[in-house]
Design a binder for this molecule. Structure first.
Ligand SMILES: Cc1cc2nc3c(=O)[nH]c(=O)nc-3n(C[C@H](O)[C@H](O)[C@H](O)COP(=O)(O)OP(=O)(O)OC[C@H]3O[C@@H](n4cnc5c(N)ncnc54)[C@H](O)[C@@H]3O)c2cc1C
Length: 457
């Protein structure tokens, strides 16, 4: 069986590409481009507009309808770009924050496009002196691509509704994901009615060119970063399951081997999306953090069985093909601001901490605190202890039920002392990370030196 351990690492220090540093300047440039794009979308609504047209019956309604459509669609495109895994955004902002931004924008496109439908129908109804419903029917019967646009809107509403927290908690992740992916179809369906009946696009080739260029930019970023880049990476590395090792109750390490892994640029603490090409598993990808830095030709993830996919990894056969996307995440040494580092993990949350510990600069003074239900539930405890010992740091295991062993302010102060001069990395269930972050703040840790990874988006 193949194992990845600190001892093996010291026997042969492998060559590997370190994970790239964040690119805040590129991120700022992307923010400026997004702002310019929004300005253009607003400008397009006024393109070729005249006071004469505005004073005509329904004129103001039609202008407001165009504004809602263009800004709503543009925000929708921004939401898509946030999720295209642009490498500069992924490593500067982090996927969890990008997902939060994506969700925060979420309601606006739907509301604006709904308003567009009402306003444009109202405006045209006034211009033709007919009722609202009659005008709506005339759109469906006489205008090209309107049925497709209505279908697109219904798909968007479905994606929005199923993304609400209450619905997400009730749906299987895979169901939610399929509904969400249908947004690409919705965008495709909506595009043609914009170009073929949008007044400014019919009358001005320049306006049409600008709008098509914005859409093309989005399509290129989807194809490049969601399709071509992962495809190239997987063709290069040709990953396969090498072995599966039991680590703790319900926890297994999957060791994967591949080609040219010294060229995979990854930082300790990052995660990848893993798709195991085995029956029943091949069609969904799940995020798992590397639980050790790559040891070419091997990678390792350590997985706790929580649901269908994560339980099934225990039965993976050697030789099973693996497709990955990533690496992603900002829970890395690039966020370090001091030379004192405190790593606190609970349960399977120690996995990214284990890889991060290996990746910290040799000058870092480290303290590692691991929380687990019992000694048998500590994951990679020996490896963590060895790595900490080599650095001359402190390693603590707090084992026992929550009632028996409390990780409260007094205990934390006893273990890690004052945190004013430290970077604190926390990973575990969200109630654990929230509680530890609160205690760390009380022990003086400044907010910008508190770094979390929660295993949910
Ligand atoms: C950044 C990140 C890193 C992670 N690293 C690890 C790790 O190193 N080891 C580990 O054991 N677990 C890790 N997880 C958690 C792991 O992804 C989930 O436990 C796993 O996807 C559950 O899938 P399931 O089908 O077995 O369970 P389900 O019953 O389908 O889901 C259990 C929980 O996981 C969530 N989940 C399911 N699929 C996904 C998905 N594709 N993306 C995001 N969330 C999902 C569900 O919303 C639910 O809350 C990580 C999660 C994230 C977001």
């Amino acid at each position: 069986m193949t194992t990845i351990s600190p001892t093996r690492a010291s026997a042969r220090t492998p060559r590997r590409r370190p994970g790239p540093a964040p690119a805040p300047k590129v991120t700022d440039a992307l923010a400026v481009i997004a702002g310019v794009g929004l300005g253009l979308a607003i400008a397009l609504a006024f393109w070729g507009e005249s006071f004469g047209a505005l004073r005509a019956p329904g004129g103001w309604y039609e202008l407001a309808a165009r504004l809602c459509a263009l800004v709503g669609t543009y925000l929708m495109l921004v939401m898509v770009v946030l999720m295209t895994r642009l490498p500069w955004l992924e490593r500067s902002v982090g996927q969890d924050r990008l997902v939060r931004w994506h969700r925060r924008i979420g309601g606006w496109p739907i509301a604006l496009i709904a308003l567009h439908i009402v306003l444009v129908t109202w405006g045209y109804a006034q211009a033709s002196s007919v009722g609202f419903l009659k005008q709506f029917w005339m759109f469906i019967v006489h205008y090209p691509d309107i049925l497709e646009a209505i279908a697109a809107f219904l798909l968007l509403v479905t994606a929005g509704v199923t993304s609400a927290k209450i619905a997400r908690q009730r749906l299987r992740y895979e169901t939610w994901w399929i509904v969400h992916v249908s947004v690409y179809l919705a965008l495709g369906l909506a595009f043609f009615h914009q170009i073929r009946i949008g007044v400014m696009f019919i009358t001005s080739p320049v306006a049409r060119g600008v709008w098509i260029a914005i859409w093309l930019g989005v399509v290129v970023s989807i194809v490049s970063f969601r399709v071509a880049l992962p495809m190239g990476r997987n063709l290069r590395h040709q990953l396969r399951v090498d072995s599966v090792a039991h680590e703790a109750p319900d926890v297994y390490s999957v060791i994967v081997s591949g080609r040219a892994l010294s060229r995979l640029a990854v930082s300790g603490g990052q995660f990848l999306q893993w798709r195991f090409l085995a029956p029943g598993l091949w069609w969904h990808a799940h995020p798992y953090s590397l639980s050790a830095l790559p040891r070419p030709p091997y990678l390792r993830v350590t997985i706790k069985g929580l649901g269908d996919q994560s339980r099934a990894v225990a039965r993976l056969k050697p030789g099973t093909r693996v497709i990955v996307e990533g690496p992603y995440g900002t829970f890395t040494r690039h966020r370090l601001m001091t030379s004192r580092v405190v790593l606190i993990g609970a349960g399977v949350g120690v996995t990214p901490l284990r890889a991060l510990l290996e990746d910290l600069p040799s000058s870092s003074a480290v303290t590692v605190v691991v929380r687990a239900r019992s000694a048998a539930h500590v994951i990679h405890g020996r490896e963590l202890a060895e790595l900490v010992e080599r650095r001359g740091g402190q390693y603590y295991e707090l084992c026992g039920s929550r009632d028996e062993v409390r990780l409260d302010e007094r205990t934390m102060r006893g273990l890690v002392g004052d945190l004013r001069d430290a970077d604190v990395y926390v990973c575990g269930p969200s109630d654990f990370t929230d509680a530890v972050a609160e205690i760390a703040r009380r022990l003086g840790a400044p907010p910008d030196r508190l770094h979390y990874e929660t295993f949910s988006f």
